[in-house]
Design a protein around this ligand. Structure first.
Ligand SMILES: Cc1ncc(COP(=O)(O)O)c(C=O)c1O
Length: 344
């Protein structure tokens, strides 16, 4: 069956260039906080049009440390969409803050700005819009710092609209590494220097530890591989867009996120009434992102507040289709044909 994703195609395609990048790090003897990370940070900051990039160990760390860096403290409330990956909410809880779930818009699967406005209380200290599937979310101006979850949206959001933008470089992401990784981009000098403290046990200098923190550093190996792949990111995003356009044009009977010119299709997701039947008949590998809204998850039920019926409907009906830059034309034809056939 046609696979949902196959990362060996990327490593095979990269071949000697990948081996050279990894070999360079091995030969250097520097494995953390070295020249590859410094170079990647400069290159990714330039790519996103922001002044600073701080490389980190994961997207989860990027979100959690961004929240700390913008001043969120234990007991503070952070507004987050109910329909997102669990780590968006987990990052809030990991620093002792409280997720306040708000619904998403039916057309976009991203945060409903009016719902976010209604959820504001005197304890709200930040808001976390999520660019779900790679489609840019509205960034509501609510008078509190914004931390954007761009884990799925490399290349979809550029320039400064918020205090911090958090990325994941998990291997399947649009910009993915050969292990875990993450980064925050920001124009705010204070946020960037706070993040540099927080990622490395809180040390300001070799003798002075001024924050209680932990290790959230990116490895040199990860940075070297991300530098190699950053050069191809725009073209890879263009390929994802063209695949999604093909599916959408050929299958107008399915429901899709409203189009957006900057959508980078980390995931190409259709909504269907009977997901199990649809997946069983399609004949190509599919996946589900995500089968529950976060407040429906057992670990997060105690945080559920206002009903989030649109989020729950997305969770019941979403199905992710194969959409990655190493798909062949034949494979794209096969998926497009299988989708079109579901109209009959
Ligand atoms: C929307 C979203 N936020 C946060 C994360 C967390 O990223 P990581 O897996 O790198 O910790 C992910 C990735 O799974 C994600 O998709």
């Amino acid at each position: 069956m046609l696979p949902f994703v196959d990362l060996t195609r990327q490593t095979t395609h990269e071949g000697d260039a990948l081996r050279e990048a990894i070999g360079r790090v091995l030969a250097s003897g520097r494995f953390v906080l070295g020249p590859e990370l410094e170079a990647f940070e400069a290159e990714f900051a330039a790519f996103t049009g922001q002044r600073h990039c701080v490389g980190l160990s994961s997207g989860a760390a990027a979100l959690a440390l961004s929240l700390r860096a913008v001043g969120v403290a234990p007991g503070d409330e952070v507004i987050v969409p109910a329909f997102t990956a669990v780590p968006s909410a987990a990052a809030i809880c990991s620093i002792g803050a409280l997720p306040v779930f708000v619904d998403v818009l039916p057309e976009t699967a991203t945060m409903d700005p009016d719902a976010a406005r209604r959820a504001m209380t005197e304890k709200t200290r930040a808001v976390m819009p999520v660019h779900l599937y790679g489609r840019p979310s509205d960034v509501p101006a609510l008078g509190v710092p914004v931390v954007e979850d761009a884990a799925q949206a490399h290349g979809a959001v550029t320039g400064s609209r918020s205090a911090a933008v958090a990325y994941s470089f998990y291997p399947t992401k649009n910009l993915g590494g050969v292990g875990d990784g993450g980064a925050v981009v920001t124009d705010d000098d204070a946020v960037a220097s706070e993040l540099r403290l927080l990622r490395s046990h809180g040390f300001e200098s070799p003798d002075d530890c001024i924050r209680i923190a932990m290790n959230a550093r990116m490895s040199e190996l990860e940075a070297a591989v991300l530098r190699l792949r950053l050069g191809g990111l725009q073209a890879a995003n263009a390929k994802r867009r063209s695949i999604a356009a093909r599916y959408r044009e050929g299958s107008a009977h399915l429901r899709w996120q409203d189009p957006h010119p900057d959508h980078v299709y980390h995931l190409c997701v259709a909504r269907v009434d009977d997901r199990d039947a649809f997946r069983a008949t399609l004949g190509v590998a599919t996946d589900v992102h995500y089968s529950k809204a976060v407040p429906e998850q057992p670990a997060y039920r105690s945080f559920s507040g206002e009903p989030c019926v649109v989020s729950e409907a997305w969770a019941r009906e979403c199905v992710s289709l194969p959409c990655h830059p190493f798909m062949s034309d034949l494979e794209i034809d096969e998926v497009a044909g299988a989708l079109a056939a579901t109209a009959r």
